[in-house]
Ligand binder design. Structure first.
Ligand code: SAH
Length: 452
């Protein structure tokens, strides 16, 4: 370790890829993380940083190339902080994501379950229904784009291959309006200027479009001209909203919305269930794969209309409403009050009555329900990245469901939680990775567990 110095170059064999997609190899037994390097490659790495237990480097030269390496399809790939796997073929991405789950299950969970091939997209481009473009000035020009990795420097982007084309068009129209009417854009460094972000939402099933302009102020000048320009070019435009955010914060949206054109919501469907989406509502960003994910979750739940189901971490009630169509009764539990209100409204507009949404932290609600003697036949859980608190897992075990379906966005906390469930009379039957976020390192997993 003492000999490894910044600026020095080493030949490294990459034998794995880390959580965020960096290649991992060893120099004198010490782990080295290299952005952009792929499993199976031999490279020359130049060291940028030496830490206590590992070092970080960058590729100086590739000696042996992986057959999965491709020329990025996106011209901004090297600079943009959005995608991290543009240099890996789509087939290679699916393989990497499956391996990541297998490694976590084996190392952290000591679980040797069947992990299926990752279900990918037929067309892994233009899949996002929501874009959030920061607006700023770069070299004296008004730009929209994304941030460079780990920074708030905007890289100007006119076309993003994972966003819907309509989102690119909206950004272009607003940029032109800003230029034509001399509107001030926000500057993070001074906290001055008006236009902060452009948020777009495109409902894939209905074609309805929402534009949210996040502003550091109460109103915008030349409103009519903006709405006229948007209406002229954006088919499906249903809603234009000003979102007020006058705080000096990294949080994109403020709490207050003013609709300046059309309605406050747009409508979209997942399968045959209708959802009303407002500027602040959570809604899965990849609608095509969301259906795949939920169908898999329901296949594992294997409902026959007689069961009581609990959907823990239910968000706006998406999985709960699907389950309700096939179960006797569903409880949904969710910490964010606004999401619970959305869930209740979504149940109402779909005429689904056999569901009850409870607002509160799962850590509190689940032990309460277990304490009251409520039994569930099936428990579905879809926790945030940090996974489940042990009190939630203990309550799940106490409720003694026949089946548990665990939906996870983080393989390491998934593995930890599965270990607890395996130690407490559940068996992991099968594991299905679903690719919701092509070209990024993120992966969603659905796990089928049964009582032993
Ligand atoms: N199942 C939903 C949402 C999953 S995202 C869907 O597919 O759309 C995880 C959800 O857990 C978020 O809505 C988040 O607000 C909620 N959450 C986070 N911590 C929680 C806690 N401690 N108790 C209950 N819900 C929580």
């Amino acid at each position: 370790m003492q000999d490894i110095k910044t600026g020095k170059k080493y030949e490294v064999c990459i034998d794995n890829m880390a959580h965020e997609g960096q290649g991992v190899g060893r120099i004198e037994g010490v782990a080295v993380f290299v952005e952009g390097a792929l499993t199976g490659e031999k490279i020359i790495a130049e060291i940028d940083k030496v830490s206590k237990n590992y070092v970080i480097g960058h590729i100086n030269q590739i000696l042996d190339k992986s057959p999965d390496r491709i020329q990025p399809l996106c011209p901004y790939a090297e600079k943009c902080g959005g995608c991290s796997l543009q240099h890996l073929s789509y087939k290679g991405q699916l393989k990497y994501k499956k391996q990541k789950i297998k490694d976590n299950l084996e190392k952290i969970g000591k679980i040797q379950a069947k992990v299926h091939e990752t279900i990918g997209m037929e067309k892994p481009q233009r899949y996002r229904n929501k874009a959030q473009f920061p607006v700023g000035m770069v070299e004296g020009k008004t730009v929209t784009g994304f941030y460079t990795p780990r920074s708030h420097d905007i890289i100007p982007i006119e076309s993003c291959m994972i966003q819907h084309e309509i989102s690119d068009n909206i950004a272009r129209i607003i940029r032109n309006w800003i230029k034509e009417y001399g509107i001030y854009v926000y500057d993070e460094k001074t906290g001055k200027g008006l236009i902060r972000h452009i948020v777009t939402r495109v409902a894939f099933k209905t074609g309805e479009v929402m534009v949210v302009i996040v502003i550091n102020g109460k109103n915008i000048p030349c409103k009519k001209q903006l709405i006229h320009a948007l209406k002229k070019d954006i088919k499906g435009l249903k809603s234009v909203v000003l979102n007020i955010n006058t705080k000096r914060t990294n949080v994109i949206m403020g709490e207050k919305n003013i609709t300046i054109y059309g309605s406050d919501n747009i409508i979209d469907y997942i399968n045959d269930i209708k959802f009303e989406i407002s500027p602040l509502s959570f809604f899965q960003v990849n609608p095509v794969q969301t259906e795949v994910l939920y169908e898999k979750a329901l296949e594992y739940a294997d409902l026959s209309r007689n069961e009581t189901v609990i959907d823990v971490y239910c968000g706006i009630g998406t999985i709960s409403l699907f389950a309700a169509q096939k179960a006797s009764f569903v409880y949904g539990i969710e910490a964010i009050q606004q999401a619970v209100e959305d869930a209740k409204r979504n149940a109402r507009i779909n005429g689904i009555k056999n569901v009850e949404f409870i607002s509160g932290e799962a850590e509190k609600i689940m032990p309460e329900l277990a304490g009251k003697g409520i039994k569930a036949d099936v428990i579905i859980m879809d926790p945030p990245r940090k996974g489940c608190n042990i009190s939630v897992l203990a309550a799940v075990v106490k409720m003694n469901p026949k089946k548990i379906v665990y939906v996870s966005c983080n393989p390491s906390t998934l593995a930890r939680d599965l270990k607890y469930l395996e130690d407490n009379s559940y068996k992991t039957i099968e594991v299905q990775p679903v690719d919701m976020f092509p070209y990024t390192y993120h992966i969603e997993t659905v796990v089928n567990l049964q009582r032993k």
